[in-house]
Design a protein around this ligand. Structure first.
Ligand code: DAH
Length: 445
């Protein structure tokens, strides 16, 4: 199950004491109550600690998706399939379906909702900080475990480090699961104001607001003692006040005059930490996570005696709301009926669904074993059905007298672009059942 943030309230209730990163939320195109927002998290980072990585059946999870392109390039770095997908290596859990997304860089397309949103945020920073923020949007998504976790103080036993949550290329290398992975290197390179936009990767469950690849933007600003000395505040209070002012301005720039509120939260890399929520279509929506950077990060990277603020936001969540995009898979669509609706510089043009084909539901029940996780199941289903799977939902769960636990999952198949035939759905379901049985070693009922 998805560990984090579903709605602000649930999230807060669960995570008060520990970290979490709420990410973006999405609204469906209709504002009717029935069709209303699945409250999507921005990102589901930081849960309380859990078991450390175990190379749990990584190999078994490799999908049978068609082999992807032989090599792609990101920011001048060539990434070959064999650099990322290693079927024989038990410390690797990257399937071809994920490799096929590397290098697509949706956020760099000026006519794509994610590119339009990125550019609108750039405009805000350019206007208000006269070009001081350096922008990075093609940093390589393959990063070290050190960059992704250690450098931003993610505890050694944190759940986000597990093979169940993160894509590992090998024990030391991951597909970044957040853009915070680049904070330390950019600080060391001497940057004091920067925005990092990129694709991030997380193993997760399947529904209309979660996809294993999504996009984040990280913001970071460093202050030196001269900045706050005349303010009557200490460095931390000064940075926190500046952060709030900056992000309230950004929210207004994106959403117009909206009601906002700040909520205290926890992230490993900031203290204090906050979430910004805005009141949008009758609901509080988490927009981003942020805070004053932990001194240790500044000290380790050449900025002793400075303070800084940082924020991270999920672009899909915001774009789903701003453009009325009802399903996160649409961002990946090449269908002209989707792509032709958006153009450079036009934020908030409402998406008109071109058709809604009926979903087809298939249930499957099995006795789980100790290693079973929903993320592993979803990886198998995606490996077979790709983007034709819309949702995988646990609908029944019981334990019998012998102590065996049964799960029943309902799989919704639906294409965004065409009607699916009974035959292809039955074929997919048959293959899903076979692979679930063989790879996850569960007993079908
Ligand atoms: N990296 C966090 C996540 O993905 C988001 C985040 C929260 C980034 C707070 C920040 C920050 O820079 O200060 O869950």
């Amino acid at each position: 199950m998805r560990p984090l943030i579903r709605s602000a309230c649930r999230l807060r209730a669960r995570v008060r004491a520990m970290a979490t990163l709420p990410a973006a939320a999405a609204f469906s195109p209709s504002s009717s109550a029935a069709a209303r927002p699945p409250r999507i998290p921005l990102a589901r980072f930081f849960l309380p600690s859990a078991p450390p990585p175990a190379a749990l059946g990584a190999r078994a999870l490799r999908t049978s998706a068609a082999a992807a392109a032989a090599a792609v390039e990101v920011g001048g770095v060539k990434i070959a399939r064999e650099d990322v997908v290693r079927e024989e290596d038990p410390t690797n859990n990257v399937p071809d379906t994920i490799y096929s997304k590397i290098g697509l860089q949706l956020h760099r397309r000026d006519n794509h909702p994610l590119g339009i949103l990125k550019n609108t945020i750039y405009d805000y920073f350019d206007k208000n900080f006269s070009g001081q923020f350096n922008k990075f949007d093609d940093l390589c998504p393959l990063v070290s475990v050190k960059q992704n976790f250690d450098d931003v103080l993610v505890p050694a036993d944190h759940i986000s480090r597990s093979y169940n949550d993160t894509y590992y290329v090998d024990v030391q290398t991951v597909l970044r699961c957040h853009t915070s992975a680049h904070q330390a290197e950019l600080l060391r390179d001497g940057h004091t104001h920067f925005l990092v936009t990129g694709d991030v990767y997380r193993r997760d469950s399947i529904d209309s607001t979660h996809y294993p690849v999504f996009h984040q933007m990280e913001g970071f600003r460093v202050f030196s003692p001269d900045d706050w000395s005349g303010s009557g505040m200490d460095g931390t209070a000064y940075a926190a006040a500046d952060l709030k002012k900056t992000l309230e301005g950004l929210a207004k720039h994106l959403f117009g005059a909206v009601e906002m509120r700040w909520v205290d939260t926890y992230f490993p890399f900031t203290n204090p930490s906050f979430e910004l929520e805005i009141y949008f279509q009758d609901d509080w929506l988490e927009v981003l996570g942020c805070g004053v950077t932990e001194q240790e990060i500044l000290k380790s990277n050449g900025r002793t005696d400075h303070v800084a603020w940082a924020f991270g936001l999920g672009l899909e969540r915001l774009a789903m709301v701003l453009f009325d995009i009802p399903d996160i898979r649409l961002f990946w669509s090449n269908d002209q009926r989707f792509t032709s609706q958006f153009s450079e510089g036009k934020l908030g043009v409402k998406f008109k669904p071109f058709s809604k084909f009926p979903p087809c539901y298939k249930d499957m029940s099995f006795w789980i074993n100790e290693e079973f996780t929903e993320n592993n199941l979803c990886e198998v289903v995606r490996g077979i059905a790709g983007d034709l799977v819309e949702e995988v939902k646990l609908i029944d769960n019981f334990t019998n007298k012998k102590g065996l636990t049964s799960h029943c999952y309902r799989i919704a198949y639906r294409s965004m672009e065409r009607s699916l035939t009974d035959e292809e759905i039955n074929d997919m379901q048959w293959n899903v059942r076979e692979e679930v049985k063989n790879k996850l070693k569960v007993e079908l009922r």
